[in-house]
Structure formats: C-alpha cells, structure tokens
Design a protein around this ligand. Structure first.
Ligand SMILES: Nc1nc2c(c(=O)[nH]1)N[C@H]1C(S)=C(S)[C@@H](COP(=O)(O)OP(=O)(O)OC[C@H]3O[C@@H](n4cnc5c(=O)[nH]c(N)nc54)[C@H](O)[C@@H]3O)O[C@H]1N2
Ligand SMILES: Nc1nc2c(c(=O)[nH]1)N[C@H]1C(S)=C(S)[C@@H](COP(=O)(O)OP(=O)(O)OC[C@H]3O[C@@H](n4cnc5c(=O)[nH]c(N)nc54)[C@H](O)[C@@H]3O)O[C@H]1N2
Ligand SMILES: [Mo]
Length: 552
C-alpha cells in the first residue's frame, strides 16, 4: 500500500476494484465502513454483488476481464472534462501524452458493450474520483489474477497519476496483501527477481555487493517464477523443496502439476500439517505455526511487527528458521545465526530501505503507540514512513504507461458457455489446511459449491442445492450448486478452498505477460446436473464428495 490502514477512515472517496474486502480483508473493510459512516462515498467495481457493493453509492458490476476498458474510459472521461491535476502531472510525472493518445478511443459510450456499465455511471465515478481531494484506490486479485493483470495495474496507476492522488494522506494506490507476512517474504527477497529490499537480481552492482557480503558467487539471471516452475516439474526440475505451500490445491490446472510431481526424483516439504501436497512427499519436516515461534511479520502497510512465541510447538515440530539452519549445516554451510534477531539484522545489513529497523527498536514501543515500524526506514533515528511519495514520486517521476485492452485467454463458446471465476470466502483460508481442522468453521461452511445465476440454473434444469458437474477443457469436479443472483448472468463462481472439489482442476494456467500470475479469474466452463454422489455420506468431510490427489 502507498498509504496506511489508519488513513482509510479519513478518506472521502473509496474506489474498491476486484477486492472482496469484507470477506478477505475484514479489518480493512472495517476501516472502510468507518469512512462511509463519516460520509465517504464508496464505489465498488466487481462482477459479483459482494457485501461491500451493498454499502456502495455505485456498484459497477462489470463483465469479468474488462477492467482495462473500464479504467481507460475513466481516464478518457477525466481528460475530456479536464479534471486533471496539471501541476502534479507537470512536476512529478512523465509520459502523460502517450496515455492521453491511448485512451482517446476508449469513450465511456464505447466501453458499455465491453464492460456492461452505463456511460453515465462511468462518467459519474470518474468525475467523483478526480474531484475528491482524499480519494483512495484499493485493489486485489480481481485486478491481478488475469493474463492482462499488469495492464490492469498500469491502467489504475494512470488514473492515480493524472489526478495527483499520490503522496498525500488518505489517498494513493493500495493493493491489499493476502497471506500473513507475504509482504515480509517479498521484502526479504523471496522472489526470483529481487534480493532483499527490491534490489534487482539483474543489477550487477547489487550482485557484487551480495557476492562480497555472502562470500558466494551469484547468478546474474533471475530464477524461475512459480508458474514457470510448475510447467517444468519433472522435466528440468527433478527435485523440489516446498515450504508452506499446498500446490496441489492452489496452483492452476493442477492435474498437470500432479503429473509433474509424480515425475520428480525427490520432494521434501516443510509443513505444520499433512496437507494435500504431502501425499507426494519423500520427506516432511514438521514445522511450527505463527504462535509457536519468534520473529517479525510485515503487514500490507509495510509495518514490521514483532511476533513472540506464545506456546511451544507440539511433538517434533520446530521453528522454520531452525529447520533451515540445520539443513544448511548438513549441506556443509554452518551458518552462524542463532536467533530470529540475528537473521533479521543480517537481512537489513545490505538493504537501505530497512536498515534502520532492528528487533531492539521494535521492542520498545511506548504505551498507547501502534507497534512496529513502517519502511522505508533507513537509519536508527528514522521514524519510518506512513505514506509513500510524500513531496515527490520516489523514482523521480511517476511513469504513465499506456495500455490496450486484451481479452482473457479463454472465452466462453458453445461447448463451455459460462465464465468461471474463483476466489475465497470468509470462513476458509486458501488451501484450508488450517480452517478445515476447526469444527466451527466447517459447521459454517462444510462443502464445496458453485454459485450460478437463477436464469442460467433454470436453463440447465437446476434447483438450489442440486449437485452438478463443473467442467472445463482441463478437468471436472462435482459439487453443490448455489443458485444466486450474486453472480452475473453467464458467470459462475467457486471457492478454491475445497480439496474434494478443487477449483484448480478447472482453472487456466495461462499467466500474465510480466509476472506470470495465473488467470484464476476467467476461464470457460460448463455445468450439468448430476445425482448426489453415493459416497457423499461417508466422505471425510461431512456431505462432501472426496477425491484426493494421489501419488502413483
Ligand atoms: N477469509 C479469507 N481471507 C483471505 C483469504 C482466504 O482464503 N480467506 N486469502 C488471503 C489471500 S492469500 C489473498 S491474496 C486475499 C485476496 O483477496 P481478494 O482479492 O479480495 O479475494 P478474491 O476472492 O480472490 O476476490 C477478489 C474479487 O475480485 C472479483 N473479480 C473477479 N474477477 C474480476 C474482474 O475481472 N474484475 C474485477 N474488477 N473484479 C473481479 C471477485 O468477484 C472478488 O470479489 O485474501 C486474503 N484473505
Ligand atoms: N483457483 C484459485 N487458486 C488460487 C487463488 C485464487 O484466487 N483462485 N489464489 C492464489 C493465491 S492469491 C494464493 S496466496 C495461493 C495460496 O496458496 P497456498 O500458499 O498453497 O495456500 P495456504 O493455505 O495459504 O498455505 C500454504 C501452506 O502453508 C502452511 N503453513 C501455514 N503456516 C506455516 C508456517 O508458519 N510455516 C510453514 N512452513 N508452513 C506454514 C499451511 O499449512 C499450508 O499447507 O493460492 C492461489 N490459488
Ligand atoms: Mo494470495
């Protein structure tokens, strides 16, 4: 996030696009509700009528995959009505003319056919966003999990830059982070393209710095990203070490992933639970969960927070860092690191953005103060950074990036006439290794389902709660049909959480051109009614049809 969670309540305009905030980020949704109660205007752009849409002044119920049309035509309207922040554009940005030209043909009138949004609604939203001083954008996977995800993000950034909603409180461009400490993992360099602190792998000065610091020689090339790795499992990749991911539930087009896993020579996993992927493992290192270990977590607003062990890990389970250090020693590298504190200070040593943060500083938060420090924080005296780009854009000039609409990779046709989109619900967490071990959550939501619009259900002779077979070009699953007008006509929606009806047997593994993030939000699917599966009653999860992934 460019801005902070505490600033949300003071915003006057909130544009929530592709984010099911109340289910996936309830704490942030609570701050949005505070702002709304104080009079802020909420606009939600989402193909589903999510809860936040019921609180919104306007719900732009767009066709899945059409965000570039929506955002480019908002830019078109802002330019046409001359609602641009000319001073900001002149002083702090470059490339505006390219975007101006690119969005010329994206009129709100032309956008209607692609997005399903009335031009007057689109113009109203564009005007309101541009003319409200404290206007903030929030987005997540509805924007990024597309083959054109990066284009969507550029199109959003163009709106922020042309209206100057940057470097000020309660504004900015705010991607909400998903997993606990996914921000911290990225900050620490858990990506194939960056060393810690977003220092580029391909930058030879950075590489030389780390070669000297770590005493090893390093590759000048970036590594493979997740999507690329999954596609070469069992071919170029012969062995794998998986730490805290349940890939046979969470990766797209997962039958291909299973094929790859079956061809591996060796698989080790480091996990607190026997998850679905553990069926394929040769070795499992039992690790501990958050409450059983010390360290720091970094949240969405770049806040590094101290986490303290509350309970001992059970049985043979140990902290992740201890397992990794023993593994390094067994491989002939006796690392001299004996605590999370020592590991953290080694990480920040060569990382200017975090250099002022230490466990010691995180210990002594004054009474009543929010805990933690927000990076950038470069010296021990630096108080940290509440919002980014204050007094000027960090890279010098904010770069406008023109984008053209590109359709999703797989569109509906006669054989597969519906658009399948996938995501999460309030009651379960991703691969649900944790939430399905909790009886209260399973009582709330115990089985897999799809949502289908009443008219599409009627066409297929479906009643609410019937069982259906959902199929795509890649696979099929059986689950219950929830007939609901929450989804658009022509669209179905399914949660990713359920191992017995894995959404990812269905999804498309086409990746974004830049990040390779998979197109989890759009693929072509069909639904037919089936009888209730006979073994539904005996299934390990009550009322469900369980077909686990298997090693052969
Ligand atoms: N309870 C719970 N909370 C979670 C998680 C969980 O599993 N359970 N997971 C965490 C993780 S890892 C993450 S990354 C976050 C994700 O948080 P979100 O991104 O909010 O979650 P999603 O369910 O993937 O859905 C995003 C929204 O995008 C919409 N959408 C789909 N296609 C499009 C499109 O083409 N355009 C637009 N504009 N919108 C679209 C969907 O209808 C949905 O409302 O949640 C985190 N929080
Ligand atoms: N169809 C579809 N698929 C999706 C998505 C979607 O929207 N649609 N969203 C994608 C997104 S955004 C995400 S983030 C992924 C998530 O996918 P995954 O990362 O595979 O799923 P998680 O459930 O978050 O957790 C992974 C594992 O981490 C383990 N774990 C928990 N705590 C610890 C710990 O402290 N140490 C260790 N070693 N392990 C731990 C859990 O037991 C679990 O097995 O799914 C992706 N897949
Ligand atoms: Mo995520």
């Amino acid at each position: 996030m460019t801005n902070s969670i505490g600033e949300i309540r003071d915003a006057d305009f909130l544009f929530v696009i592709g984010s099911n905030t109340s289910e996936a980020h309830p704490v942030i949704a609570m701050e949005m509700k505070r702002a709304i109660h104080k009079g802020a205007t909420l606009v939600v752009a989402d193909p589903r009528r999510i809860f936040m849409a019921t609180m919104a002044e306007k719900h732009l119920q767009i066709k899945p995959g059409s965000d570039v049309w929506l955002l480019n035509s908002m830019a078109h309207a802002i330019i046409e009505e001359d609602l641009i922040d000319h001073d900001f554009v002149a002083q702090h940005t470059e490339g505006f003319e390219d975007v101006k030209q690119a969005v010329h043909s994206y009129s709100p009138e032309a956008a209607e056919e692609h997005t399903g949004i009335a031009p007057e609604d689109l113009r109203w939203v564009a005007r309101k966003y541009a003319t409200t001083e404290r206007a903030a954008i929030f987005y997540t996977l509805g924007i990024t999990e597309h083959s054109h995800g990066t284009d969507n993000v550029y199109a959003l950034a163009n709106l922020v830059l042309m209206t100057g909603h940057l470097g000020k409180p309660s504004s900015g461009m705010n991607p909400l982070r998903g997993q606990n400490n996914v921000q911290g993992a990225n900050d620490a360099g858990a990506t194939p393209v960056f060393y810690p602190g977003y220092q580029k792998v391909v930058d030879s000065d950075v590489r030389k710095k780390y070669e000297a610091s770590w005493g090893v020689s390093l590759s000048p090339e970036p590594g493979l990203n997740l999507n690329q790795m999954m596609k070469t499992l069992g071919q170029d990749i012969k062995g794998m070490f998986i730490l805290g991911e349940d890939i046979v539930v969470s990766e797209p087009n997962v039958s291909l992933v299973e094929e790859g896993l079956n061809k591996l020579d060796f698989l080790a996993i480091q996990e607190p639970f026997l998850n679905e992927t553990s069926r394929f493992a040769d070795v499992i290192f039992p690790s501990s969960v958050f409450a059983e270990k010390d360290g720091v977590f970094t949240n969405s607003e770049r806040r590094v927070q101290r986490v303290r062990k509350a309970v001992e890990p059970p049985g043979e389970a140990r902290a992740d860092w201890k397992i990794l250090i023993d593994l390094a020693a067994a491989l002939g590298s006796p690392w001299q690191l004996d605590s999370p504190e020592a590991i953290y200070s080694e990480m920040v040593r060569d990382t200017p953005k975090f250099a002022g943060i230490s466990h010691a500083r995180l210990e002594d938060t004054a009474e009543g103060e929010l805990t933690g420090i927000q990076w950038p924080c470069e010296t021990p005296e630096d108080p940290g950074t509440v919002y980014l780009h204050k007094g000027g854009v960090l890279r010098g000039k904010g770069l406008f990036r023109p984008v053209e609409f590109r359709p999703s990779e797989e569109l509906p046709d006669e054989e597969y006439s519906l658009v399948l989109s996938t995501g999460r619900t309030l009651y379960h967490y991703n691969a649900a290794t944790q939430t399905r071990r909790e009886s209260g959550l399973d009582a709330k939501q115990g089985e897999a389902f799809i949502q289908i619009h009443p008219q599409d259900a009627r066409k297929r002779d479906l009643e609410h709660n019937d069982f259906v077979r959902v199929s795509t070009r890649r696979g099929e699953v059986i689950c219950r049909a929830i007939v609901s007008a929450q989804v658009r006509r022509g669209s179905i929606w399914m949660p990713l959480h359920f191992a017995e009806a894995r959404a990812n047997l269905l999804t498309n593994d086409a990746g974004d051109a830049v990040t390779q993030t998979a197109e989890y939000k759009v693929c072509a699917a069909e639904v037919v009614k089936v009888n209730a599966p006979q073994d539904a009653a005996q299934a390990p999860f009550p009322g469900s049809y369980y077909r686990p992934a298997t090693k052969h």
